[in-house]
Ligand binder design. Structure first.
Ligand code: GLU
Length: 580
């Protein structure tokens, strides 16, 4: 196991939990005489990697009982909703890639939240015409998008599940009733959010804080009877009560009745919510085909642009050197410039067709000087059907999301990134779960210099995301599942995991332990307490402005090497990969 200052190894982060049985199970399955990647968890039968041991375990139990990756995904998501409530759940949205082994086909599900039908581009403008501050807009009903995660699970389960829907709820219901141990991450997140709206609304305050006002401590037990009864209703009746029944009424009352920033979601908005099956965005990268999610997330296209530009250089022979990172940074700048200018919900705005066009990306790569930074990158002019004038959008995004990856015994695979946007979403709770603040992923400014921003708010539109659930293929078969939380840094984290594992042949766990280097077309972030900081002077001598800071990814990755699976979990979170 590689170790470095500032990051605990995955083993250490697992030991932070007193989950003896789980540890024994994972230790047993990691025993492997000649693993190619000794620092990752190995398996040949099935595997789950997620941000919490109880969630990975819930998924593995379904797989052991013969369930598919999709069945397991339902159990993992519901357990994450309970034990990592600040990050994802049925009050939020998700994007999922599903590899269907029998059809040899990759499908994607868009369960992104959408704006209420009545929303207009002025949604986040104050009376004086100026946009609200991001932190002002988050708490309360205004930021809540119509949730999609539950409908996504139900739709994809109908397509790819074999276990009864209700059976997938059992472990989360049991755990909600008996209580779960608060993780270090959850307790630190509660403390961090105490001053940022988490005490504003009563059910949320009572759930996350003790009666004396102190934050609930790591290691203490938390029960969630309200969530258990919500889950019982949904287990029995499917998603209907959530989208048009008693839960729908509770959600709408909570959103519209919020004492701060009341929102305008209606019962009709919920009743009309639809999950959209979309074609994956796939692009060649060396001997691979990298497949991701298309709009409304910018994830797949931006990763495609970065890797498309990088494919003009021999990163493999450079290794993780300053020379290689310089190219990575420059490619990221170019891609983020296009992202800000063009990418949004393509059901609402025209986007250039040529964002991944080979000759366009060759032209973009030619803008890079291997010795010196270009400074701020400008958006390019990719091929369109019809050119449109656009203004750039620089909306910030904050951490509060989860990614998990699953392989079942039949060879089906799930790569899903799931979110309630920032930690604790809108801070509003209904039915024992948190409601998202995803609408703050829209651009608050609808236009600039008279030109419309592609990601402006519109009724029923889905806010642009950065989530990048990814499946890399080789010779028509999946070989890598990866993805991460991290706001708009997600694209850098996930691209780095692909380059580290496939170009630099790193053990997947070492790749996730490696310090991050991030650029979103501004300063370069180097992850504090890691070897990435050692790049500072070399990068500065090439003209880069550098920030050293904490970078909170949550990669959960599985590499498929012939008949063997190698699972890795991000040491910056509390998760675990379990394989058998
Ligand atoms: N809301 C963000 C997005 O959809 C994700 C937030 C996060 O990862 O923290 O891109």
């Amino acid at each position: 196991m590689t170790s470095k200052p500032g990051l605990t190894s995955p083993t250490a982060s697992v030991h932070a939990f007193t989950l003896t049985a789980l540890l024994t199970a994972s230790a047993a399955v990691t025993a492997d005489e000649h693993p190619r990647y000794p620092n990752s968890v190995t398996g040949t039968y099935h595997m789950v990697s997620s941000a919490h041991p109880l969630a990975s375990q819930a998924g593995v139990e379904i797989l052991q009982a013969g369930g598919t990756a999709m069945d397991a995904a339902v159990a993992v998501q519901l357990m994450l909703n309970l034990v990592e409530p600040e990050s994802s759940g049925i009050g939020g949205g998700a994007f999922m890639l599903f590899w269907d082994q029998s059809e040899k086909k990759l499908v994607t599900y868009d369960g992104r939240e959408k704006a209420p039908a009545s929303a207009t581009p002025e949604y986040f403008l104050k009376d004086d015409g100026n946009p609200m501050k991001w932190s002002e807009a988050v708490p309360g009903g205004l930021s809540v998008g119509v949730p999609g995660t539950l409908k996504l699970l139900e739709t994809a389960h109908a397509d790819h599940g074999i276990k009864p829907w209700a059976s997938l709820f059992e472990s989360a219901i049991k755990q909600a009733e008996s209580g779960f141990e608060i993780s270090d991450k959850l307790s630190a997140s509660i403390k961090g959010a105490a001053e940022r709206g988490l005490t504003l609304f009563e059910p949320t305050r009572a759930y996350f804080f003790n009666e004396d006002g102190s934050a609930r401590a790591a290691g203490s037990t938390l029960k969630n009877p309200a969530f258990a009864s919500t889950l019982r209703v949904l287990a029995d009746q499917g998603s209907a009560p959530f989208y048009s029944g008693e839960l729908a009424e509770d959600i709408v009352a909570t959103v519209t009745g919020a004492s701060t920033n009341p929102g305008q979601m209606t019962l009709e908005d919920l009743a009309k919510y639809e999950v959209i099956k979309r074609e994956p965005v796939c692009f060649p990268y060396r001997v691979y085909e990298v497949c991701g999610m298309g709009p409304p997330t910018s994830g797949g296209l931006t990763m495609g642009q970065i890797l498309g530009v990088l494919s003009h250089y021999d990163l493999r022979s450079m290794g993780p050197s300053a020379e290689a990172w310089h190219l990575f940074i420059e490619a990221a700048k170019l891609a983020y410039a296009d992202r800000g200018m063009y990418m949004a919900d393509s059901d609402f705005v025209d986007m250039p067709e040529g964002l991944l066009n080979k000759s366009y990306l060759t032209d973009r790569a030619a803008l890079i000087d291997p010795q010196k930074t270009m400074g701020k990158a400008q958006a390019g002019t990719p091929p369109w059907k019809e050119a449109k004038l656009r203004a750039p959008d620089l909306q910030p995004e904050r951490a509060g999301t989860s990614h998990f990856s699953i392989i079942d015994r039949y060879g089906n695979m799930v790569s899903i990134t799931t979110t309630i946007e920032s930690g604790f979403g809108s801070r509003l709770m209904a039915g024992g779960f948190l409601l998202n603040n995803e609408l703050t992923d829209f651009s608050f400014r609808p236009e600039k210099d008279g030109k419309p921003v592609a990601n402006r708010v519109e009724g029923n539109k889905r806010p642009r995301s950065s989530m990048s659930p990814t499946i890399v293929m080789k010779d028509g078969r999946p070989i890598l599942l990866t993805g991460s939380p991290g706001g708009s840094r997600i694209i850098n984290y996930v691209t780095q995991s692909v380059v580290a594992i496939l170009d630099w042949d790193m053990d997947p766990q070492d790749a996730l332990n490696m310090g991050h280097v991030v650029n979103r077309n501004g300063k370069t972030d180097l992850e504090e307490g890691t070897e990435a900081v050692e790049l500072q002077s070399a990068l500065e001598s090439m003209g880069h402005e550098v920030n050293v800071r904490s970078l909170n990814s949550g990669l959960h990755t599985i590499l498929i090497d012939g008949a063997r699976y190698y699972g890795a979990s991000d040491p910056r979170r509390s998760g675990i990969a379990i394989g058998e």
